[in-house]
Unconditional design. Structure first.
Length: 187
């Protein structure tokens, strides 16, 4: 295995680590918002760690000589992460801080696009492997077909996203239910 291939493998491993870290990040702020857990400081420091991971991605993208589109996507991701974690800290009273709650959606979509990789825009994969010539003409001329590895990536990301969203909600509901049961018991 040559050096460039090792950098590319490291790039995709770090991309997956960033996806998982972003879901943990959302869980941390969710625990703070919905259940009053003291996780705001951890959320802030973890955001800096994710920014460092993305800067590592930037280095790996150029040393691994990834395609230009992936390098540009990584540069954009690094810029958005720097804006999200560092720039908003310098402007505490500005109305621009409202973007701090919106930018994670853009960042997650961008990292999702980077993780899944290129989407194959061709006809149906069955039509390509079919021996009948009429089968391909019946299909839509441009259908988006995800390769199996991309479908697995998408399902894993959606599963992690649900885990990141529902875990804080379940924790908050459990805490509220325990408060209610104590109130009813002692009333």
């Amino acid at each position: 295995m040559d050096r460039m291939q090792r950098f590319r493998i490291a790039y995709f491993m770090v991309v997956w680590a960033v996806v998982v870290a972003l879901i943990v990040q959302v869980s941390l702020i969710g625990l703070w918002l919905f259940s009053g857990q003291p996780t705001l400081g951890i959320h802030m420091e973890f955001g800096h760690a994710i920014t460092l991971m993305v800067l590592g991605l930037l280095i790996l993208a150029f040393t691994g000589r990834l395609p230009r589109s992936m390098r540009l996507r990584t540069v954009l991701l690094a810029g958005l992460m720097a804006l999200q974690t560092e720039v908003f800290a310098f402007i505490p009273g500005s109305p621009l801080r409202a973007f701090h709650s919106v930018l994670p959606l853009v960042i997650f979509a961008l990292i999702l696009a980077t993780t899944v990789g290129l989407i194959t825009v061709r006809g149906d994969s069955l039509a390509q492997n079919s021996l009948t010539p009429n089968y391909a003409s019946l299909l839509a001329p441009r259908r988006v077909v995800f390769p199996l590895w991309a479908s697995e990536n998408i399902l894993a990301i959606i599963g992690l996203l649900f885990l990141g969203v529902f875990l804080p909600a379940i924790t908050a509901a459990r805490k509220d239910l325990s408060k209610m049961s104590r109130t009813v018991r002692f009333a």
